[in-house]
Every structure is written in C-alpha cells, then in structure tokens.
Design a binder for this molecule. Structure first.
Ligand SMILES: [Zn+2]
Ligand SMILES: [Zn+2]
Length: 209
C-alpha cells in the first residue's frame, strides 16, 4: 500500500535541526524525514484485531513539531520508527478477526490510537497500574516490546499508533487496530468532522477530569 512515512536517524535529526535554524525550507526538502512510499500491507496479529481502510487522517500539532524538527522525532522511549504517521483517524472496517464482536465489516469507526497493555498482549499481573484503572494513555509498558506478535515478531514499543513501526497510522491507505480501540459513530457525521473525534476527546478529557 502507499503511505506517508516518517523516518529519521539521530545524526539526521541533528543535521536537519541545525540547518533548519538557518533555512526552514531545508527541513521540508532533502533533509525531511517524510516520504510517500510503499509500505507492507498490515495483517491481523490476533483474533480480536481489525483491518481498516482509512477515510481521513488528521494532521496533529505533534506531527508538525516532528516534521519541522522542533521536537524530538524519536520521542524516546515511547516511539518506534520508521512509522506511518497519523493518529487522528476515521476509517471503514475491512476485515475482522474471529473473536471481534464490537464492529462489523463496513462500519465506520473513530480510532483511539493509544496503546494499552491489552493491545500489547499483556494479561493478569503483567497489566500496568495505569491500564488496570482504565488510564491506558499513560500505559507503563509503552517502552516495552509486547507479547502480541506482528508477522512473528513482538510488537515494538510505542505509546500510540502514528508513531509506531508495526502499526501504520492514518496517513497510510490501510491499518490495523485491536477492537478495543474502535468506536463506531453516527454515519450522519461528516467524515472530515469524524476525523477530529480523537483531538476532541482529549479536550473533553481535560475539561471533565
Ligand atoms: Zn495528536
Ligand atoms: Zn499498560
């Protein structure tokens, strides 16, 4: 599939950041970490996973900070690269694993991109304190490889889809997510508005909690 991919090395980051101070255009040209390229088609890593076709992927301020090298592109230790960017996502369900009950093929869903211990494949006493009380956005295992196997290898570390080497984000044609991350919504809501449910949810969380 085709995808917008961000990948940069530490030396590349330092060079682009230095040159970018002199010429902003440099960070959007040859030194940019951003490329439109082919990316492996994602496959379901388990029976409770879902394959999605992306309808819209928003551009977050954190994406702009990474692309302009004004924030750390590596987001250590909570990202893995290269990564298909995009974590503000509305998508259509293509394929569901055998254990999926929350969505069906054809459903339009908003995606919670944050990765929980459950997504990583941790159960029982391995579940971190944050996930145990439903606060998976601060998952204490974000810096660890997961038990979930993606193409036979452990799920890479990472806090969120969109900055994750194994889980392509909303700037690609297709992606995968565990069903717990998916929220079917009112089809009357315009796709472009539905893509903003993720940032809206962050604002609502700040106000309500
Ligand atoms: Zn964001
Ligand atoms: Zn956790």
């Amino acid at each position: 599939m085709r995808a917008v991919v961000f990948g940069v090395t530490v030396p590349g980051f330092l060079l682009a950041r230095s040159v970018g101070r002199v010429s902003r255009s440099a960070t959007h040209g040859v030194l940019s970490g951003l490329r439109l390229r082919d990316w492996p088609e994602p496959v379901l890593p388990g029976p409770d996973w879902v394959k999605l076709s992306v309808l819209y992927g928003g551009i977050c301020g954190s994406d702009l900070g990474n692309l302009s090298f004004t924030s750390s592109p590596l987001m250590e230790p909570f990202g893995s690269f290269p990564a298909v960017l995009g974590h503000e996502i509305v998508a259509r369900v293509d394929e569901v694993g055998s254990a999926v009950t929350r969505v069906r093929p054809g459903d339009r869903v908003a995606v919670d991109p944050m990765l929980s211990c459950g997504v990583r494949g941790f159960t029982g006493t391995e579940v971190c304190g944050s996930c145990a009380v439903g606060r998976h956005s601060t998952c204490g295992n974000a810096g660890e490889e997961g038990r979930t196997l993606v193409d036979g290898t452990p799920l890479a570390r990472g806090l969120t889809i969109g900055y994750h080497a194994d889980l392509p984000g909303g700037w690609g044609e297709r992606m995968i997510a565990q069903e717990s991350q998916l929220f079917p919504g009112d089809e009357a809501i315009d796709d472009r508005v539905a893509a903003l449910i993720e940032p809206l949810s962050i604002g609502m969380h700040a106000v309500l909690h």
